[in-house]
Design a protein around this ligand. Structure first.
Ligand SMILES: Nc1ncnc2c1ncn2[C@@H]1O[C@H](COP(=O)(O)OP(=O)(O)OP(=O)(O)O)[C@@H](O)[C@H]1O
Length: 480
């Protein structure tokens, strides 16, 4: 049992994980998964109940080292410190031998750790220079080097592209062969079927079921998560208008992409797909003014843009990649966050009555199915997926004419994905033109066409109706 003020995050919930298995934990946003992780790793104390490792009571909360020897977690948000070297990160919190830091010894030991866990990364490089995938490998090596044989991977695939996910799964398989027990959290149910032997479902703070993965039909799993039978997403058809709402010409950003021409009309959703190094995120960040191109111009509704404020003034709404830093103000309530950009519309001279804010907040909570105590709850207290919905609500609040969303459904559960994509489709039905950048093929299916990038260039404009295989082949540069 775990409560946060009036919120019950875990309600008589339990989980049993067998030695040597890879066990999935799934559930809708706010179901209590992260709360369970914080209890299983000794970061929070349950109000009631206890944690056992191999039948033995868990150590005292203060004895961090004892916890680290039993369980390790690779969190959604990296805990690597970018300003330190890989070696320093590996031995953070334990680099002293009797108070002295032995740098040379530390480097050698770091190399040894990396070698033992077959991580091909130089121990001397700055952790900040590593990519997401490499950072994750350092975290896994660090976790294992404390001696833990139970690892929790909390949405490890959320920020990885297809080939990187495959490499992670290879590693997980080999760890399992070496006897490591894992708990795997993901909103991608296909991954659960690929890598796990059992799955537990949490819903509304309770444990709903545990089952071997092999015997479990997909729709039963979704039904256990949502508490109802699932309906397939209905893709809508549209006709693009004549107005070009986002235009880019001769755009180039050194080291990221080059030679990009792009026109997005009102009434259409244009997808941007490609692997991690394709340049798609860099391009989208240029379209919203977060990055300045080395060559070329971007205009939104005919107005050339220079930076984010000028893009917003020209009528753009966007969801950034790094939403934890740029997407919302954690201490402000849901109602305040979603109404920041529309203050001028709700009230005169920017003054908005609390009632108007709350009303808009309630509307957004309803439309996007945000799990919360109410519009006054600070966004920082919401579960990851629910905070993500607030970011999208805010991007769409002003009825923008141009919309750019980068991985809008990352960390969002199966059912909530549908409401998020539906909200983008609604905005487009009201006359907006949208660019949707996504690593997920399912998201891209709402697009009227998908621009595929490869090594910094747009290589193909693929109309609706593609098959997974076809799109992936273009993304990986196998086919044009
Ligand atoms: N520090 C906190 N203060 C207040 N409420 C909290 C806090 N942490 C979590 N909660 C609430 O507890 C509930 C469970 O949240 P939790 O983060 O465990 O969900 P989750 O299953 O991990 O969701 P997601 O899939 O979105 O990451 C949510 O309603 C959340 O708002």
């Amino acid at each position: 049992m775990k409560r946060f003020g009036p919120t019950v995050a875990l309600n008589g919930a339990g989980i049993t994980i067998k030695e040597g298995e890879t066990h999935a934990l799934v559930g809708r946003n706010g179901a209590g998964k992260s709360t369970l992780v914080s209890i299983l790793t000794g970061l929070q104390r349950p109000d009631e109940g206890e944690v056992l490792f191999s039948g033995q009571a868990a150590p005292a909360l203060a004895d961090r080292d004892a916890w680290r020897r039993r369980v390790a977690c690779v969190y959604q948000k990296s805990t690597i410190i970018p300003q330190l070297s890989v070696a320093e990160n590996l031995f953070l919190n334990r680099q002293t031998d009797g108070g002295m830091i032995r740098w040379r010894g530390l480097r050698a030991r770091a190399r040894e750790v990396l070698e033992t866990y077959q991580v091909d990364i130089d121990a001397d490089v700055l952790a900040g220079d590593l990519g997401v995938e490499q950072r994750q490998l350092v975290e896994i090596a660090r976790a294992l080097s404390f001696g833990a044989t139970f690892i929790i991977l909390d949405e490890p695939t959320a920020q990885l592209d297809g080939p990187a996910i495959e490499r992670l799964f290879e590693r997980m398989r080999s760890l399992r062969e070496q006897g490591v027990t894992m708990m795997f959290i993901s909103h991608h149910l296909d991954e659960v079927y690929e890598i796990c032997q059992s799955v537990s479902v949490f819903r509304d703070a309770r444990h709903i079921m545990t089952s071997p993965v092999a015997d479990l039909p997909h729709d039963e799993l979704v039904a256990a998560m949502t508490g109802e039978a699932s309906a397939a997403y209905e893709y809508r058809s549209r006709t693009a208008g004549d107005d070009v709402v986002i235009a880019a010409e001769g755009l180039a950003l050194r080291g990221r992409y080059e030679d990009v021409d792009l026109r997005v009309r009102s009434g259409e959703i244009v997808g941007l797909a490609g692997s991690g190094s394709s340049g798609k995120v860099g391009l989208a960040e240029t379209l919203v003014g977060l990055r300045r191109a080395d060559a070329g111009v971007v205009s939104v509704n005919g107005t050339p843009i220079r930076d984010v404020p000028s893009a917003l003034r020209a009528g753009l709404g966007f969801v950034p990649q790094d939403r934890h830093h740029e997407g919302f103000v954690p201490l402000l309530s849901i109602a305040e966050n979603v109404t920041i950009p529309i203050a001028h519309k709700l009230g005169r001279f920017g003054y908005v009555s609390p009632a108007a804010r709350r009303a808009r907040g309630v509307q957004m909570i309803d439309e996007l199915d945000i799990k919360t105590e109410g519009p006054d709850q600070p966004v920082g207290d919401l579960s990851g997926g629910n905070a993500q919905k607030v970011v999208l609500a805010r991007a769409l609040a002003d009825d923008p004419r141009a919309v750019v969303v980068i991985n809008p459904t990352a960390g969002v559960d199966v059912k909530a994905k549908q409401s998020l994509l539906g909200a983008v489709e609604d905005a487009v039905a009201r006359g907006a033109g949208a660019v949707l950048v996504s690593d997920e093929l399912d998201d891209l299916r709402v697009c009227d066409r998908v621009l595929v990038m490869f090594h910094g260039r747009i290589v193909k404009d693929v109309p609706r109706g593609w098959s997974d295989h076809e799109l992936v082949a273009v993304m990986e540069g196998i086919e044009q």
